[in-house]
Design a protein around this ligand. Structure first.
Ligand code: FES
Length: 106
């Protein structure tokens, strides 16, 4: 179990518990986080689960696969800390992770 902190563009925080092995996308969708659309349901085909990971946790995550990195090139405003939430599995290492949710996915 870990606690994830979603942060919107206005700085509002939503704290949610995540089960180990759950994807960050699944956590966001079941928690009703606006801005994580996840159109393809995690098939790495849409890029609408894009988010920014706080620097403190970025290096604790496995690096993106080539497929994830390729998809990130097509999201709105990609940054060095961009990740696709459907590719990130929650674990003890993600406890306290801050996830910045983009304003727009299109
Ligand atoms: Fe479509 Fe992540 S949900 S790429």
């Amino acid at each position: 179990m870990s606690e994830i902190v979603f942060v919107d563009s206005a700085g509002r925080e939503t704290r949610v518990n995540a089960e180990d092995g759950e994807t960050l996308m699944a956590v966001a969708v079941r928690s009703g986080i606006d801005g994580i659309v996840a159109q393809c349901g995690g098939a790495l085909a849409c890029g609408t689960c894009h988010c920014y990971i706080d620097e403190a946790h970025l290096d604790l995550l496995p690096p993106p696969s080539q497929e994830e990195a390729d998809m990130i090139e097509f999201v709105m405003e990609p940054k060095p800390n961009s990740r696709l939430s459907c590719q990130l599995l929650m674990s003890a290492a993600t406890d306290g992770m801050r996830v910045i949710v983009p304003d727009n996915q299109h």
